[in-house]
Design a protein around this ligand. Structure first.
Ligand SMILES: O=C(O)CCC(=O)C(=O)O
Length: 276
């Protein structure tokens, strides 16, 4: 099979039930979304950038995600400013009609590619294996670059990821009352705070993903993950897409740094944010 065939045949669509769950909960688990061949292609491509130990820094100038507390950078597939492909297989995957179709199923309208990211937690690697505390993604907050809750993120397991390895938990924003927010924002109470959210019945279950399983969440959905306490590297890779009708609010967003032609109220330019 050519890589194009692997991608074309290697990404399934979402079922009606999955779309409904996503719309109700702000997140959904898509089991076996990707074929084993597609996962192998993505993993090999990612390893070519970050090394088999997950620690090689492919592009030292990309400090945009420094301080996240684990090993992440992006975009991997393209040059952030020009949109030019920097990795043919990841580019073909992230810009595929299949990803566009899935995004449109979940968002209910056509979507643009925003960003792809390596999200790797390496056991015992200082600064590369921290908890990710409860948060909403920037595009789901009042300081969003989008004029509505337009972004969704596909979070892809390229190898098995158990809760101890750092799979994510989710809370729908409608459940985040003032009191719940205080619990979630108290970093010193993490991860114990998860038990409290469980007792309130508002947090998603702890899930174990197999390679090819994917969680999808909206920008506004609160999420967190634990430090990786297993002996295996957490090989996660994410692709973010957003509704093609979203307009730029003028808020700072590192992804659009350098796009001088982008003005408040504009649609996002096709050369960097193509409609899939
Ligand atoms: O990968 C993780 O553990 C967290 C990632 C995350 O919060 C995100 O990409 O929005």
């Amino acid at each position: 099979m050519t890589f194009q065939e692997i991608i074309n045949h290697g990404i399934r669509t979402a079922t009606e039930e999955e779309v409904k769950l996503f719309s109700e909960n702000g997140w959904v688990l898509l089991r076996s979304l990707l074929s084993p061949e597609c996962v192998a292609l993505l993993k090999t491509s990612l390893v070519s950038k970050v090394g088999a130990n997950g620690l090689q820094t492919y592009h030292p100038a990309r400090t945009s995600m420094a301080g996240w507390g684990f090993n992440t950078y992006g975009p991997v597939a393209i040059d952030n400013q020009t949109g030019a492909s920097e990795e043919p297989y990841l580019h073909a995957f992230t810009h595929s009609r299949r990803i566009g179709y899935l995004g449109a199923q979940l968002m209910g309208s056509p979507v643009r590619y925003a960003l792809d990211q390596s999200l790797i937690k390496v056991p015992d690697a200082k600064g590369n294996n921290d908890h990710v505390y409860w948060h909403q993604d920037g595009p789901g907050t009042p300081s969003s670059p989008f004029d509505f809750d337009a972004q969704i993120k596909f979070w892809i397991a390229l190898a098995p990821i158990s809760p101890d390895c750092g799979s994510m938990r989710f809370v729908h924003p409608s459940n985040v009352t003032h009191q719940v927010r205080e619990v979630m924002c108290d970093r010193s109470a993490f991860p114990g705070s998860i038990n409290k959210l469980e007792s309130l019945g508002i947090v998603s279950p702890a899930i174990s993903l197999e390679a090819g399983d994917v969680t999808v969440h909206r920008g506004s959905t609160w999420h967190s993950s634990l430090r990786n306490t297993t002996n295996s590297i957490r090989w996660a890779y994410a692709v973010s897409v957003f509704a093609s009708s979203a307009r730029y609010t003028g808020n700072p967003w590192w992804v659009v740094n350098g796009l001088r032609q982008l003005r408040e109220g504009d649609l996002f330019p096709d050369f960097r944010f193509p409609i899939l």
